[in-house]
Write a new protein. Structure first.
Length: 256
């Protein structure tokens, strides 16, 4: 490029040159297309042991791919900076997906941000019922799994981005904030509360699900003392990786 530029300057100052050489036009590189479903499947399956699971919810059966063997995931996660909890499918996600299907009329046309999306099940269901969904997670592998599950359920148009709750620098506000199994770490409660206040529209709704962990109930009590009105709903969900039932709490409310 530098040689071409110098050559053009010499031509401009030389009486023997009758016209300038045309400089080449440089176009920016096109944004690469996102990987196709087979490519994404191969990429994830080469890293972690995926299992396909079917869930009859609402008027259809949803196929969700995720990791169900935590020991195998421990082996696969060697060398990762953070353990990829989001690649596991949690009963809380199933309970939240059920809730969105049951309340689909309330979802239609609403902007919804899914925090800690993981396998992305609740957000995919909400999108299918007409919500304007955005999914976020702290790890790219989880966002890849979100996209894989959306593709295999024929749900399109969900933007996704990496985010850190501790440094939330996104200005968009949403009608609904939601997350499954995101309240397990007490050290993150402060950051989550700040995020809720920043990212939720006035009169917006907070919809969280958790397997009735004490720390999640403590967080709910704290929110109520600080200006939030929360209702508690519980439901029983079949365990995903073993026999039995898990109780899931849904925390639903808004800020005063």
């Amino acid at each position: 490029m530098q040689d071409t530029f110098q050559f053009a300057l010499r031509c401009a100052s030389s009486c023997q040159c009758e016209k300038f050489h045309t400089l080449p036009t440089y176009k920016p590189m096109a944004t690469p297309e996102p990987p196709s479903y087979p490519e994404l499947r191969r990429k994830l399956a080469a890293t972690v042991p995926l299992t396909d699971l079917d869930f009859p919810i609402g008027e259809r059966t949803w196929r969700i791919s995720a990791v169900t063997d935590q020991d195998a995931l421990l082996d696969a996660a060697v060398g990762m900076e953070h353990f990829p909890y989001g690649l596991l499918l949690w009963e809380s996600s199933v309970g939240l997906a059920q809730y969105f299907a049951e309340h689909h009329a309330e979802m239609r046309g609403k902007s919804l941000l899914e925090l800690g999306a993981g396998a992305g099940f609740p957000g995919i269901v909400a999108k299918a019922y007409g919500a304007d969904v955005v999914q976020t997670d702290h790890q790219q592998c989880a966002l890849d799994l979100c996209r894989l599950n959306a593709l295999q359920n024929h749900v399109d148009g969900i933007p996704r981005f990496l985010a850190d709750w501790r440094v939330w620098n996104h200005s968009t506000r949403y009608d609904i904030l939601t997350g499954a199994d995101i309240c397990y770490e007490r050290g993150m409660h402060f950051h989550l509360e700040q995020l809720f206040r920043q990212a939720l529209k006035p009169n917006g709704r907070l919809i969280l699900s958790d397997p009735v962990r004490p720390q999640a109930l403590e967080f709910a009590a704290h929110l109520e003392k600080n200006g939030w009105n929360l209702a508690l709903e519980t439901r029983l969900i079949d365990r995903i990786a073993e026999e039995g039932i898990t109780e899931v709490a849904l925390l639903i409310g808004e800020r005063e």
